[in-house]
Design a protein around this ligand. Structure first.
Ligand SMILES: [Zn+2]
Length: 456
């Protein structure tokens, strides 16, 4: 039998048995959070609930959301003020027991240390992260070029997984720039490349310019992408796989939870929830605006993921709506036979647009536009005249047209794209075409919005 889960007994369990396994761990963890954090004690008390009342996933779903990003920030400010550390009042372990910390990238607002762990946490999480990478066939002796911005960035914990497997991370700060990075690629001969999908795409053109060879000549065994929606967008996975001559995977673990990875399949089948013993994130969705529970056990369910840890000491999440909007799939994976939940990331709650009362996610727009490659390059921006989420129609899109298409064909192309967007996501945008290569690509996360109101 194929093994997907690190804890071996889970591989032999039905979905119902896995849920009971989660429910055995849940009350103990909630009691621990209540006993060890003034933040969580207050939240439970405000909700009129005691941790011992919450014994099932269904009970947990009925609890209100305890934390959103802004609450985490405030909790961090409060602990900095009161105790002189930035880990928040939701820190449940003694501060001197913290063993590893990582933040969000800090590109928007003050970074929060959501990726903070004790040594025991990493002893538990490290093998899970390793197992996830093993599903992408990473193993002993592999060298993994690890190219992200900021050493302290959230992806740091992935290095623990690599080390656990006996693989060697070649960790290069993305701020070093492409030239230096490619030099290291050439010198260290890695077998895997971990970076954002947009950077992997960018390197396809840059490598011949700088190294006089193609990315295919790196002879990689796999691409490990994270940090933004990439290979889930039609066309991107094929583009990367054919250019690099290897499988492209994407992996994910928002605030150290919900570890998931896509599978070894030509078709993209979503992120596979390979660690149900770690958290209940795939089983607890809410509406991104009202924060009311959304049915999350049906195939195709869409909502904002709410994280609750089942085993974590340092900064465990309890009912944390972290802002990721996902679509859940409950059917067996057609690519690899995985029977657990799978998910597609649809977007961030704070990226959501409301156009004529309809919730629209940028990734969904990008998906539709990407369907028109090679008439378009796939690069685009959503032009905003005012802050999100409400957009006064028409929604404005700036789209790079393809290299081969003539100017006289652009009107017809705009009308085809508009029709497709209207059929699939009920918007009729105003499209402005720009020449291929004119929208800047960044080595970190390529922005999807062009915020006109910020230039004014
Ligand atoms: Zn699969």
């Amino acid at each position: 039998m194929k093994k997907f889960y690190w804890v071996d007994e889970l591989n032999r369990m039905s979905r119902e048995e896995i849920r009971r396994y989660q429910e055995k761990k849940l009350p103990k963890q909630l009691k621990y959070c209540y006993d060890n954090s003034e933040f969580y004690r207050q939240k439970f008390d405000d909700a009129g609930a005691a941790p011992e009342d919450i014994n099932t996933i269904d009970d947990l779903r009925q609890l209100p959301v305890f934390m959103v990003k802004d609450d985490e920030r405030k909790s961090a400010e409060a602990s900095l003020e009161k105790y002189g550390h930035p880990f928040g009042l939701h820190l449940c372990a003694p501060v001197e027991d913290i063993y590893l910390t990582g933040t969000t990238s800090g590109t928007t607002g003050t970074p929060t240390f959501s990726y903070t762990f004790t040594e025991k946490d990493m002893d538990f999480l490290g093998p899970q992260i390793a197992n996830r990478l093993a599903l992408a066939a990473v193993g002993k002796g592999d060298r993994v070029a690890f190219f992200f911005a900021l050493g302290i960035y959230a992806t740091t914990m992935t290095l623990w997984g690599l080390r656990h497997l006996g693989a060697l991370p070649i960790d290069i700060d993305a701020r070093a720039g492409t030239e230096l990075f490619l030099k290291f690629m050439d010198l260290t001969r890695p077998t895997y490349l971990a970076c954002t999908p947009s950077l992997a795409e960018y390197l396809i053109d840059k490598t011949p310019e700088r190294l006089n060879k193609e990315v295919r000549d790196f002879k990689l065994k796999g691409l490990l992408n994270t940090g933004e929606i990439g290979i889930a967008i039609p066309g991107i996975k094929e583009k990367l796989e054919s250019a690099y001559g290897c499988r492209a995977y994407d992996y994910w673990a928002p605030c150290g939870n919900a570890p998931a990875i896509s599978c070894d399949s030509d078709e993209y089948c979503g992120l596979h929830a390979i660690a149900p013993d770690l958290c209940t994130s795939f089983d607890d969705l809410v509406d991104p605006i009202t924060k009311k529970p959304v049915e999350s056990d049906i195939d195709g369910a869409i909502g904002e993921m709410v994280h609750t840890n089942l085993q974590r000491e340092a900064c465990p999440a309890v009912k944390y709506a972290y802002g990721d909007i996902v679509q859940i799939f409950t059917t067996e994976c057609p690519g690899c036979g995985f029977k657990g939940k799978r998910t597609n990331i649809i977007g961030r709650a704070d990226d959501m647009l409301i156009v004529k009362g309809v919730n629209v996610y940028p990734a969904a727009i990008k998906d539709v536009v990407a369907g028109f490659v090679p008439d378009v390059t796939g690069e685009m921006r959503i032009v905003l005249d005012a802050p999100l989420p409400r957009v006064v129609p028409p929604l404005k899109l700036k789209i790079e047209h393809g290299r081969e298409i003539g100017h006289s064909d652009l009107t017809a192309l705009a009308s085809k794209i508009t029709t497709a967007l209207h059929d699939q996501i009920k918007i009729r945008p105003e499209i402005q075409f720009v020449a291929p290569g004119t929208l800047p690509k960044e080595t970190r996360k390529t922005p999807i919005f062009e915020k006109k109101y910020e230039d004014a």
